[in-house]
Design a protein around this ligand. Structure first.
Ligand SMILES: *Cc1c(COP(=O)(O)O)cnc(C)c1O
Length: 495
């Protein structure tokens, strides 16, 4: 049966999965959602015996129904290969009774690799399927991790170009170095003087600019998005929730059918939404615990039912979560509003004009699956230190936000359900903050000296992604003002 995708903002829009992947955003500015979240058609016991790739096929085939088995398996095979440093792809590590789902074993050592290593293949397959002969221009705003992971995925992929915007002063030094050393004749990276929300708004404005679309068309270009609003990113992320649940069954930690909580360090709400989709597919999930840093707009939303972005934007040690407009929340709103596109559009318009909206009591009641929490900078650093001292495990700042939120949640609720924390980045990516939390003696040390020290104290190998940038030359140095983003794109494309 074919599964079609509809827009969250108007009725009647129906596209295939491949069309949704190609377009990124719907023409009305809405996000594509499946008409119905499909149920798993195979038992957990069967999945428990499967590899990551096999699980990926079983999950993704239900969402991407216009891909043939051969096409989908080819995409999966090209994505989850030796770019990952473990055949498990997403290993589960247990420390002191908590399970860490390590999503950082890919090319750029952050969880974005889980989806962005397959998106270019899904996109080029979608183009072929829809007879698109134009060059696809991937336009992306990044809070630090998406940009590098997208460029690594798209570099030198024929028929594609990629342009990445990042907040010049809002990413870690290792993140910036990873981006500005990116190779590939089809890649461009630009720092902007604004923050991530500015970058994201600028990109959205270009997507919605009809005049620009015509100019692109005249030069045989077409925009697409690698941001987490693309269903080609959301769907691959559902896989690891299914996989990790089945692995807990395989290891005998739980019996099939008993619930598991997932704690997800959240920014744009893409990762946790994938967990919600996994739950809707039939995975027994207890609570979805949404962990925020000091930009705790989501925590406040879960508490009060009011989403209000009118507040100070905080730069934290978990920059990939420094976000005040969580784009993927729109998909949850649509669902809890009873798939009411009109109502969803109203809320998004209020967000655009007033920076806030309020959901109904009925909608709020439907969010009972979620628990919100947040951790301050001090709590995050203390959590890194505590877990290191108690277990020897070194976690990155984003994972530490989740870990701190989980500890507070457990203390408050006494909920003893088996719990999985989504570990979204390698500590090597945020070495300055991580080592600063572990010992005050590391302050002021050079980035790469810290990397060596981290390897020594944790007894882990330095990831290839970090070794590579030690000596790599800087290839990108453009910085522009937020309002000049479009000009930069026009310059790069020669339009
Ligand atoms: C992107 C990112 C997040 C936030 O994920 P969302 O899907 O945007 O909520 C958390 N941690 C890290 C390391 C990330 O790169």
């Amino acid at each position: 049966m074919e599964l079609l995708y509809q827009s969250t903002r108007s009725k009647g829009v129906k596209v295939t999965a491949s069309q949704a992947i190609l377009k990124g955003l719907a023409d009305d500015g809405g996000l594509f959602v499946p008409e119905k979240i499909p149920g798993l058609d195979i038992s957990i016991e069967d999945i428990a015996g499967m590899s990551y790739k096999e699980t990926a096929y079983e999950v993704m085939k239900l969402f991407l129904t216009d891909f043939t088995e051969t096409e989908l398996k080819s995409c999966i095979g090209k994505a989850y290969d030796s770019k990952f440093d473990t055949g498990e792809i997403a290993p589960l590590t247990e420390k002191a009774g908590v399970y860490y789902l390590e999503l950082f074993h890919g090319a750029t050592i952050a969880f974005k690799d889980m989806a962005l290593s397959i998106l270019p293949h899904l996109l080029t397959a979608s183009a072929k399927k829809n007879n698109v002969n134009k060059e696809i221009v991937i336009l992306t705003a990044t809070s630090g991790d998406t940009g590098k992971a997208a460029m690594a995925g798209f570099a030198d992929v024929p028929g594609t170009r990629i342009i990445v915007f990042y907040p010049k002063n809002g990413v870690s030094r290792i993140q910036e170095r990873q981006m500005v050393t990116q190779k590939g004749s089809n890649t461009s990276v630009i720092g902007i003087t604004g923050n991530f929300d500015d970058a994201q708004s600028g990109v959205k404005a270009m997507f919605n600019n009809k005049e620009l679309a015509r100019a692109l068309d005249g030069h045989n270009y077409q925009f697409s998005s690698a941001n987490s609003i693309n269903i080609g990113r959301l769907v691959p992320q559902v896989v690891y929730y299914v996989y990790s649940y089945a692995k807990l069954v395989a290891k005998g930690v739980i019996q099939s059918g008993s619930p598991v909580n997932f704690v997800v360090p959240t920014g744009n709400f893409g990762n946790i939404l994938a967990a919600y989709y996994a739950k809707n597919m039939g995975i027994p999930v207890g609570k979805l615990i949404c962990a925020s840093n000091e930009n705790k707009v989501l925590f406040d939303f879960f508490e009060t039912g009011v989403y209000d972005k009118n507040r100070e934007f905080m730069l934290t040690s978990s920059p990939s979560m420094d976000i005040l407009v969580s784009s993927n929340l729109e998909r949850l709103l649509f669902k809890i509003a009873g798939e009411d596109a009109e109502a969803t559009r109203g809320m998004m318009e209020a967000l655009a004009s007033e920076g806030k909206y309020t959901i109904t009591a009925d909608m709020k009641a439907q969010m009972a699956d979620f628990a919100g929490g947040w951790a301050s900078e001090e709590e995050t650093a203390a959590e890194i230190k505590r877990v290191y001292e108690e277990t020897g495990y070194v976690m990155d700042t984003h994972t530490a936000v989740a870990s701190a939120v989980y500890r507070a949640y457990k203390e408050k609720t006494k909920d003893n359900t088996v719990t999985v924390i989504a570990s979204t980045a390698s500590p090597y990516k945020f070495g300055t903050s991580v080592m600063g939390a572990i010992g005050s003696g590391y302050k002021g040390m050079d980035d790469f000296a810290l990397v060596d020290e981290l390897s020594r104290i944790s007894g882990t190998d330095i990831p290839k992604a970090v070794e590579e940038i030690r000596t790599a030359p800087v290839l990108h140095s453009t910085v522009c003002k937020t309002e000049d983003m479009q000009k930069e794109v026009e310059k790069i494309l020669g339009i």
